[in-house]
Design a protein around this ligand. Structure first.
Ligand code: IVH
Length: 680
């Protein structure tokens, strides 16, 4: 581990390079939250040890210098920044401080305005006698760059105010931004021309505003939300809310997602609402700005050195952060696939503490060039499981060693194998306890046998104590034995035995899915179960006429082969026999058979003749399941997007296909859209 002064020097170097890349080159090399955390680390090192604070430290810089090529101009009224709140506690503390300054302690009835914090670039617009005279970037808040010609190309900024007898001068502030869809198109075009991609819409916007050729700016279709109004004192509206109305009337776009809140509680629900809601907006927001509504009270509250006391930005929790890699462990899944897992110093991400993240597979580790002791960037966005985004090699300790993947299963010690061109390494020992536990968890899961009261901890106990060695053993457990286990009582034991008993009545397609055969997800299991009414008829087809299965809609040779392989394994045949022995039917009931024939007769061809492309990771459906669904509805799934594509079904981390679809005007569907379309 480097000593403090070495670490400070490393951080200074990296942060300075990052600031230059961001402000001067418009090509950032660090994600914002990552920059912020590293910056904080440096601030802390320096305040604990002031001799580390050298004059080239980014903590000693105020604002950024204007780039060459534009004239810098003084702002008539300075553009301040906002203080940040990161937690609800910070918000409460701000409110309390505000009430104290206003000498109104305990007054919770002070009207506040909630606005979205648009993640773009602040602009200062000056109007003289109603006509746009000058537009400038924020710069350091006092001086910015004059970019009037560029700003004139933004259609949502009026060149003349749409009001009669405007005041002699009007100053409007707001945020220029690039909507997400436009951003995707811009990057797609840059990719085609072999140019470097913009990291995010805000950087694309900053880069665009600094273009010397206004024609380029016009083509980029920037947008603008106005949020601050300065008028001569006698004309100034009495409140922020009235100012927003004024701006709207004068012809500006004002964000409609604003709220005049009667008290702090209303502001809190506004913040809660947009924490989730922001993901559905067509532009980026990184928080909420809360402003005291009454302008006289704003004056009374005044300013600190850099920010108004009457406003605060509540920033949503960072979803990315740097941390230090401690070791790499491994996790064995139900199919034996071994997933390497990064274990690192705990870090707060999207509101929770995270200390482990998936590394996917050996290829990913090689791609990251991961070393033990590396500073890594980890991400956890929304519901997504944490992952390692990249390594910051500049901060690598000199004695760091490359990460080695385990050669042996961490659970049973058998050698791991990597088959063909598969990315995954696997444990192929069918009695490996990790595989057994995974298989049991899958069997009792919601889409399969749906057994309540049999969680991971209990499964672990059952396997570790040798009480359960196969799926069939579950049905041999008795209540007395279960009641003797940790954290089990008589009641929960009886309930579990009953739940297991009831699960024997689950439909045939759930039993088939529950077996956990590779590539047979819920949808495929349903399709197979509707065609073959028992495991015996399915096995006969799989072993004697696999092409019959492969030809079914959405199935194909890979699934058919996987099924054949599974059935060839004597251990699996034993399992089927055992399951029958304990009372599972492994076949469709008469009613299910009837329903399946009915459904076959009215098969809906909702997607008849349509061509679809899949991209990204869908929240619930696997690739093959989505394909099967589409094909069952008469649609065709192809690999790449063209003008002829009818729909693109896009999931998490969709890449260039999404960009292309958007630029070609192909309708983009989410998983929810797709399943809703296919509902009978
Ligand atoms: S009010 C003194 N309102 O956030 C008032 N700012 O972190 C300062 N921003 O520089 C601005 N949306 O670029 C305000 N609805 C909003 C905003 C907003 C985005 C930006 C603005 C400001 C930065 C402060």
């Amino acid at each position: 581990m480097p000593d403090q002064s070495e670490r400070a020097a490393e951080l200074r170097g990296l942060l300075n390079r990052a600031a230059h890349a961001y402000y001067v080159l418009d090509q950032p090399i660090l994600e914002d939250p990552v920059y912020d955390r590293l910056y904080q680390e440096l601030v802390q090192l320096e305040s604990a040890e002031p001799r580390l604070r050298s004059s080239d430290s980014p903590t000693q810089r105020v604002g950024g210098a204007p780039a060459e090529g534009f004239t810098s101009v003084d702002h008539r009224i300075g553009l301040l920044s906002l203080d940040n709140a990161f937690t609800r506690g910070d918000l409460l503390a701000w409110h309390e401080r505000l009430l104290k300054v206003l000498d109104r302690p305990g007054d919770t009835q002070l009207p506040l305005v909630g606005e979205l914090k648009i993640d773009g670039n602040a602009l200062a617009l000056s109007y003289r006698n109603g006509v746009l005279e000058r537009a400038a970037t924020r710069g350091d808040g006092t001086r910015g760059e004059e970019i009037t010609a560029n700003v004139r190309t933004i259609s949502s900024i009026p060149l003349r105010l749409q009001i009669d007898n405007p005041p002699e001068w009007v100053e409007v502030r707001g945020e220029a931004f690039i909507p997400d869809a436009t951003f995707a198109v811009i990057n797609a075009e840059r990719e085609q021309r072999g140019e470097a991609l913009f990291a995010n819409p805000r950087n694309a916007c900053a880069g665009t505003l600094r273009q010397l050729d206004p024609k380029v700016v016009a083509a980029r279709r920037l947008d603008f939300f106005a949020y601050t109004l300065h008028l001569p004192v006698d004309a100034q509206p009495p409140s922020q809310w009235a100012a927003l109305e004024w701006l709207n009337t004068a012809g500006f776009r004002v964000n409609p997602n604003r709220e005049l809140c009667a008290d702090l509680a209303a502001i809190q629900s506004f913040c809660d609402h947009w924490e989730q809601g922001r993901h559905d907006l067509p532009y980026a927001t990184d928080g909420v700005v809360v402003k005291l509504n009454d302008l006289l009270l704003q004056d009374e509250a005044g300013f600190t050195q850099k920010a108004p006391r009457w406003a605060i930005a509540l920033k949503y929790p960072a979803e990315e952060a740097p941390t230090r890699l401690l070791r790499v462990g491994a996790q064995v899944g139900r199919t034996g696939a071994v997933t390497p897992v990064a274990e690192f110093e705990a870090v707060a991400l999207a509101g929770t503490s995270v200390s482990r993240a998936t590394l996917h597979n050996a290829d990913r580790i090689a791609e990251l060039d991961l070393h033990l002791g590396d500073t890594i960037v980890v991400r956890k966005a929304g519901e997504i499981i944490p992952e390692v985004v990249r390594v910051l090699p500049e901060l690598r300790p000199s004695d760091a060693t490359p990460v080695q993947l385990p050669q042996h299963c961490p659970e049973c010690g058998s050698s791991l194998v990597r088959e063909g061109d598969e990315a995954a390494t696997r444990c192929v020992n069918s009695s490996c306890p990790a595989i057994l536990r995974g298989g049991l968890r899958h069997w009792v899961s919601k889409g399969a046998l749906d057994v309540d009261g049999l969680g991971s901890k209990l499964i672990e106990q059952l396997v570790d104590r040798g009480l359960v060695g196969s799926l069939a053993d579950l049905y041999r457990l008795d209540a007395a034995l279960l009641a003797s286990l940790d954290r089990m009582g008589d009641k929960s034991a009886t309930n579990l035995v009953e739940a297991l008993e009831a699960s024997k009545k689950q439909p045939w397609h759930r039993q088939l899915y529950g077996l956990g055969i590779r590539h047979i997800g819920e949808v495929i299991a349903k399709a197979l179960a509707a065609e073959f009414f028992s495991i015996d008829s399915l096995a006969a087809a799989a072993l004697e006429a696999p092409e019959q299965i492969a030809e079914l809609h959405g199935i194909g040779p890979e699934i058919s082969a996987s099924l054949g392989q599974w059935l060839h394994n004597p251990a699996n045949n034993q399992l089927l026999q055992d399951l029958r022995g304990v009372g599972l039917s492994l076949e469709a009931s008469a009613a299910e058979q009837e329903a399946a024939s009915q459904a076959g007769a009215n098969a809906n061809g909702m997607l008849q003749g349509k061509t679809l492309v899949l991209t990204g990771t869908l929240p619930n459906l696997s690739r093959s399941d989505a394909k099967a669904l589409i094909e069952a509805a008469g649609g065709k799934v192809i690999g790449s997007v063209s003008k002829k594509t009818d729909y693109l079904v896009a999931g998490e981390a969709a890449g260039s296909k999404l960009t292309k679809a958007e630029s070609l005007g192909v309708t983009v569907l989410s998983e929810v859209d797709l399943t809703a379309m296919l509902e009978p």
